[in-house]
Design a protein. Structure first.
Length: 422
């Protein structure tokens, strides 16, 4: 069995034919590789980074994402890293009051996690290697190999500059928003949304906090969650147009935002920031056509939404399963590749569309419309409905089901009845 190479080590054996070469070994690439290898396919997984290494991230693995890790037999490994579980009693504070509840609809109510990416990505790359994937760290793809309009492999180089060329019947881009694979094949984009929110985050020790807390205010949002090594992630978002001024005085803008929740601010102030502030000017929302002749995309390379709803990691896991299932079926003769990939794109779009729209609205960080304020008030004091709302906005249950006119009508009617009897 192959294993991730030690940092700084390069050893490549060229000239092989793979079923899949996957570019990008983080939350989308490693699971896709692992799942294909478990089906007996020959997979090469490459990444320009070496592991462990960090990347800008929301960190949040919602309970439905944790449930997928459990299905893969990897959740216990993550739990053993010391990252505390979250979403067993989470807080969604809307200003006048906080909605608190659990996510009973995924992972048997055991919650999710907020792992450091140095931990999670290494764990996933190791799981791929243990499944039989050949993993090349520190390898940069320079270009795709194309024959008669069909992608047939990659050309690239290791950290020592040595040039390599490898071939596969499918090259998969799992290399994020700025995917070199998507760019090389000119993957069409559609329903693009402009950058909406920017953000900064860091890690604090000594913060009194047992679970994830999220705070939504007019023109900013923030929150925190316990992560690895006894630290707490603290993150703040503002409208994207504010990024230049925020970057010029990160500390000042962060503390002004946190002071809109005085108790949370006091608990963070009682702690100690252990690392620098990490920030992003924001990313656009988009759908990309996720396949073509000899290529496919997965994770953020395939579809992206503003990070404010923290769907990226869990979505990457879901897409990895979907794509691996399609490829495995086609390569095993159980269906056509073109038909399976077309159905995969349609299923992806149908699944993520409600969350995409909700995220786009939330990321604007505008005051909530009257109907949303009315919903918040109706949820306050209704624990079952609050749990369902938290399950919906984290992705454990379909958001469209919760937001249906019939369901909202029941919630509003129950609130009126409670008010009448109260």
């Amino acid at each position: 069995m192959s294993a991730p190479l030690a940092s700084g080590t390069v050893h490549f054996e060229g000239g092989q034919m793979y079923d899949a070469i996957i570019v990008g070994a983080r939350c989308a690439g490693s699971p896709t590789a692992m799942l294909l290898a478990r089906q007996g396919f020959k997979v090469l997984l490459v990444d320009r980074a070496t592991f462990p290494s960090d990347t800008i991230s929301t960190h949040i693995l919602w309970p439905h994402g944790a449930e997928i890790l459990a299905r893969w037999g990897v959740l216990g490994t993550l739990a053993a890293t010391g990252a505390p579980p979250i979403c067993r009693q989470m807080t969604f504070d809307v200003g006048p009051f906080a909605l608190r509840g659990s996510i009973p609809d995924a992972n048997d109510g055991r919650g999710g996690f907020c792992p450091r990416r140095t931990v999670l990505d290494s764990l996933l790359a190791n799981a791929a290697a243990e499944a039989g994937v050949e993993v090349w760290e520190g390898f940069t793809v320079d270009e795709l190999s194309v024959t008669d309009g069909i992608v047939v492999g990659v050309r690239g180089h290791g950290r020592d500059g040595r040039q390599m060329q490898e071939h596969a019947r499918m090259v998969i881009g799992a290399d994020g928003v700025n995917s070199s694979v998507a760019r090389a094949v000119r993957a069409p984009e559609y329903d693009v949304r402009p950058v909406a929110a920017c953000g900064y985050y860091s890690y604090f020790s000594g913060v009194r906090q047992d679970d994830i807390e999220l705070y939504v205010r007019d023109h900013h949002a923030f929150g925190g969650a316990p992560t690895n090594d006894g630290l707490h992630l603290v993150m703040v978002n503002w409208p994207a147009k504010n990024f230049p001024s925020v970057r010029a005085n990160i500390e000042g803008h962060v503390w002004r935002a946190l002071e809109s929740a005085p108790d949370f601010a006091a608990r963070v102030r009682a702690g100690c920031r252990e690392e620098k502030w990490y920030g992003t000017a924001g990313v656009p929302g988009y759908f990309r056509k996720p396949y073509g002749k000899g290529w496919a995309l997965v994770g953020d390379a395939s579809y992206n939404r503003d990070p404010i709803t923290a769907q990226g990691i869990s979505d990457a896991f879901i897409e990895a399963e979907m794509l691996a299932t399609v490829l495995s079926a086609a390569w095993s003769g159980a269906g056509t590749l073109e038909g399976g990939l077309a159905a995969h794109e349609a299923a992806r779009n149908e699944r993520v569309r409600p969350m995409y729209e909700f995220t786009s609205q939330l990321a604007a960080l505008e005051p909530p419309p009257p109907e949303m304020l009315a919903l918040f008030n109706a949820l306050h004091g209704n624990q079952d409905a609050t749990n369902a709302f938290l399950s919906a906005i984290t992705g454990a249950i379909p958001l469209s089901d919760f937001m249906s006119a019939e369901n909202l009508g029941r919630i509003m009617a129950a609130a009126k009845a409670e008010e009448f009897h109260g």
